[in-house]
Design a protein around this ligand. Structure first.
Ligand code: PEP
Ligand code: MG
Length: 597
């Protein structure tokens, strides 16, 4: 038996065959020459690959058909299937195989590139966009021609533990959720998209497993222990029995937690805490009533469009948001405007690629304000939804007061446009700011008069305060809540919001770490928004603590965080990136919480 160790992203056990996902596809297949006698076979292979791609696409299209929110995505599939039957493109490729005497893969690539470049040069934006579709379709055909290159995670043959060096957000949306038992990666952080998806799906996840994609093979049987961050390969019978017993116990625990769904979220001494859900797609939205969330605290709209090939229209967006609202049920919805840039890249959006440092580039609200027409398309969809649902608009990556002021101006213009077009809408939706940059923390008093609510995003706030990329394995130990700057920032924001009587939510991944609940409560956060599966877990933690103890803990932690010498960090004794459990409450003496400066 081999044991590979990493860092926990989400607890849980699973056993099954491994599927190694290798997203890297050769951009240009080698220009391999063939003999004249090989030409007919190569043409046949090419035609078979077209048929295969078509049936693959139809399968995926069917899968999305059940997802009412994916109109835009379905249209893209439709366009792609259409392209696969374009006789001119097919003829050109077959001619290239014959005349140039090269393999089908090389010919597909060569002809597609010629066509795409011709399209891209066209003035007509619609035709220019064909270049994207064409390249995408050809990538699929290449995958069908050279299956060894890419084994897509969209259609797993059976329930599997997905292993990869890293997985991009745009790959994650293709994930065959029904057949994914767990995810294990080498590169990643506790607050990155893989972590967010494993928690939203309620499946075990591990990251930081060195060379994992090389050390295991597709088809090998393995057990994952998400809590301990372990992947066991070639498992012995004894180990398998032990893990099955643990898995049964966890299942019983899960059922007990489910029973908490309708129980009020409150501390042992009766202080109410609001527990809300973070959602990104319709699967998450369905969990809102199932897990007893009181609100949707964060709807990450960019996730709904990750696979789109062009920016969705107002009507498409409205359809998506309506579907999400319907699935979530009659609860208030906090919808965040597009948070593009940095590590969040859409298929049709290559801008971050052109930036030397996308994490410090045009992202979030900065990006939306730079593209007001696109921004208003989303705002109009939100204002229209506001006429039907209790909707709040959340602005990501706010760094200055003018971000909010200018966003409000765009909302007013969008409302005016709707008014003129005669569309029903609610012009005065509550507007809030994400507090996820150091500057937003430092100008909190100036921001408050301009917002109706605030939401703290610890995933990014920690990254920017501590100069530690949330997705990078190399700085994982530096990405921690227990740095005095982070603790002080949270405390400062909570106090300022309380003084101004402005509603405040914490919606970073930390909100869903049950062992962090006492500390967050003590720091002043009484509305927490998290992956829906975590809600009952946090509810149970809450029921075991008293507010006064939580406040004492926060006070002590703030003080102690200043004392830990830097050298300890180098020895790796500080809190791991998934923070260490805080001390039990109500004990005398200093808490054993690990802190550092
Ligand atoms: C955050 O930064 O904490 C947050 C909730 O936003 P996201 O994870 O989508 O960047
Ligand atoms: Mg963020």
């Amino acid at each position: 038996m081999r044991t590979l160790t990493g860092i926990s992203l989400n607890a849980g056990y699973a056993e099954g065959p491994i599927f190694v996902f290798r997203p890297e596809m050769p951009v240009a297949p080698p220009r391999t020459a063939i003999s004249a006698s090989e030409v007919p076979a190569e043409v046949r292979t090419f035609r078979a690959s077209l048929a295969q791609t078509r049936s693959d696409l139809e399968l995926v299209q069917e899968k999305f058909a059940g997802n009412i929110d994916d109109v835009a995505i379905r249209n893209v599939f439709h366009a792609h299937i259409h392209l696969l039957t374009d006789p001119a493109w097919i003829d050109d490729i077959e001619r290239c195989i014959r005349d140039e005497r090269i393999t089908a893969a090389a010919a597909v690539h060569e002809v597609t590139e010629q066509w795409a470049q011709r399209f891209a040069r066209m003035e007509n934006p619609y035709l220019a966009e064909r270049a994207i579709d064409l390249r995408d379709v050809s990538r699929r055909v290449l995958i069908a021609l050279e299956p060894a290159c890419v084994l897509p995670i969209a259609n797993l043959a059976h329930p599997s533990i997905v292993v990869a060096r890293s997985v991009m957000p745009s790959d994650m949306v293709h994930l065959d959720r029904a057949n994914t038992l767990a995810i294990v990666t080498e590169e990643g952080g506790v607050a990155d998209h893989v972590a967010i998806v494993t928690r939203s799906m309620g499946i075990p996840g591990i990251t930081g497993v060195k060379d994992v994609a090389e050390k295991v093979h597709t088809g090998e049987r393995a057990i994952i222990d998400g809590k301990e961050g372990k992947l066991l390969v070639a498992v012995s019978k004894t180990a398998s029995r032990r893990y099955h017993a643990l898995a049964r116990r966890r299942e019983a625990e899960r059922q007990a937690l489910e029973a908490l769904r309708d129980v009020l979220a409150q501390t042992k001494d009766g202080h109410r805490v609001r527990l809300c859900a973070n959602i990104g797609d319709v699967n998450d939205a369905k969990l809102v009533p199932a897990m007893g969330a009181e609100e949707v605290g964060l709807f990450r709209t960019e996730l709904a469009f990750l696979t789109a090939q062009r920016h969705p229209s107002e009507v498409q967006q409205l359809a998506t948001y309506r579907a999400m609202a319907k699935a979530a049920g009659p609860v208030p919805l906090t919808i965040r405007t597009l948070d593009l840039g940095g590590d969040k890249m859409l298929a049709y959006d290559q801008e971050p690629l052109s930036e030397s440092n996308p994490l410090l580039g045009r992202r979030g609200i900065r990006r939306s304000l730079a593209e007001p027409r696109t921004f208003r398309r989303q705002l109009r969809a939100l204002l229209r939804l506001g006429a039907e649902h209790d909707v709040r608009v959340l602005l990501p990556m706010v760094v200055s007061v003018s971000d909010v002021v200018r966003a409000r101006e765009q909302i007013a213009i969008a409302a005016d446009e709707l008014y003129r077009a005669g569309h029903e809408h609610r012009p005065n939706l509550p507007v809030g700011a994400m507090i996820e940059t150091p500057s937003a923390v430092l100008i909190i008093d100036e921001l408050l008069p301009h917002v109706d609510f605030l939401s703290v995003g610890t995933n990014d706030l920690i990254q920017y305060l501590l100069v530690a990329d949330r997705t990078a394995a190399a700085v994982r130990d530096h990405y921690t809540l227990f740095h005095p700057a982070v603790l002080r920032a949270l405390h400062l924001v909570a106090q300022a919001a309380r003084t101004a009587q402005t509603p405040l939510t914490l919606c970073g991944e930390l909100a869903g770490f049950g062992d962090m609940t006492p500390l967050l409560l003590g720091l002043g956060f009484t509305t927490l928004s998290m992956a829906p599966h975590e809600i009952p877990v946090v509810k149970r933690h809450l029921a075991q603590i008293r507010l006064a103890d939580a406040e004492a803990l926060a006070h002590q932690t703030l003080r102690l965080s200043l004392r830990r010498p830097v050298a300890d960090e180098a020895r790796g004794e500080v809190a791991p990136s998934r923070p260490a459990p805080p001390p039990s409450l109500g004990q005398s003496g200093a808490p054993a919480v690990q802190t550092h400066l």
